[in-house]
Design a protein around this ligand. Structure first.
Ligand SMILES: [Zn+2]
Length: 275
């Protein structure tokens, strides 16, 4: 359809490199949190994910939540949120009508409360798996409920598993759902990293969120360290998703964009950075 997309980095975190790619270094490196803004001709502005927000620091100030902040060192200032960056380029947060969510980790849902007019699309399983968890299990799943706006459920348009169909554009390797019924934006199930983890397909771009953290993982067949599997939702699904994405990557027809890969970000058109 020829949709226009822009990209934003809304905060970052640091992790040891070895935890995200086999053979990676022991030292910590910075992983930016990517947000995509897509302009749809009739539906208006659509965001994919929403980055970090300073609320992360407030919500993780005390134990046991502090463990999250200790394991994942997050950097985000008020003028680095995606809402602040959109304002600087003349887009009011109220103008955002849709936010598509890959999953519910803090670096993807952090900015949601800044978009009071948005409806939220995501795979139903991604939220139902979390919403009934007690606080310790939610912490293990990396879910900070306090980041969601109070009317999150009322504004949600969850995609049910029954709505998914094999996508010919992805050689039938993945299932997805046509969000607006016009073929422009398809939510793609990429299971493994988290329950109901999903990407977004438009034109010749496939946003793959956290299916891998570094694009190199796919190019060099280096999945994350086995330790990372401890925090995955289902590592069997992760492996199947990884293998499918490797096939898509080798074909070279689509640009695959992970959410936290510096090297990929450097190649994106219209990348903005928080100041
Ligand atoms: Zn992430």
């Amino acid at each position: 359809m020829g949709l226009k997309a822009r990209y934003f980095v809304a905060g970052s975190c640091t992790h040891p490199e070895f935890s995200v790619i086999r053979g990676g270094r022991w030292g910590r490196r910075s992983f930016p949190a990517l947000v995509a803004l897509i302009e749809h001709p009739s539906q208006g502005w659509v965001l994919f994910d929403s980055g970090y927000s300073p609320a992360f620091h407030a919500l993780t100030a005390q134990m046991p939540w502090k463990l999250y902040a200790l394991l994942t060192r997050v950097s985000i200032k008020p003028d680095e949120t995606v809402a602040a960056q959109l304002r600087r380029i003349g887009i009011a947060p109220e103008a955002i009508r849709h936010v598509v969510l890959s999953h519910f980790h803090a670096d993807h849902i952090g900015g949601l409360a800044d978009f009071p007019q948005a409806r939220f699309s995501y795979l139903s399983e991604a939220y139902t798996a979390l919403k009934k968890l007690g606080s310790l299990r939610a912490l293990h799943a990396g879910f900070l409920k306090g980041l969601l706006p109070p009317d999150f459920e009322a504004r949600s348009l969850p995609v049910e598993a029954s709505q998914l169909e094999a996508l010919p554009e992805l050689d039938g390797l993945f299932r997805g759902h046509d969000l607006f019924g016009d073929g422009s934006l398809k939510l793609v199930a990429l299971p493994g990293h988290a329950a109901g983890h999903a990407g977004l397909l438009f034109d010749s771009t496939l946003l793959i969120a956290d299916a891998v953290w570094l694009k190199r993982s796919l190019d060099e067949d280096r999945p994350p360290n086995p330790l990372a599997r401890l925090v995955m939702d289902r590592s069997v699904d992760f492996d199947r998703t990884f293998a499918g994405l490797r096939r898509i990557a080798r074909q070279g027809r689509l640009a695959l964009v992970p959410s936290h890969c510096q090297e990929t970000l450097a190649t994106l058109p219209g990348l903005e950075r928080g100041r």
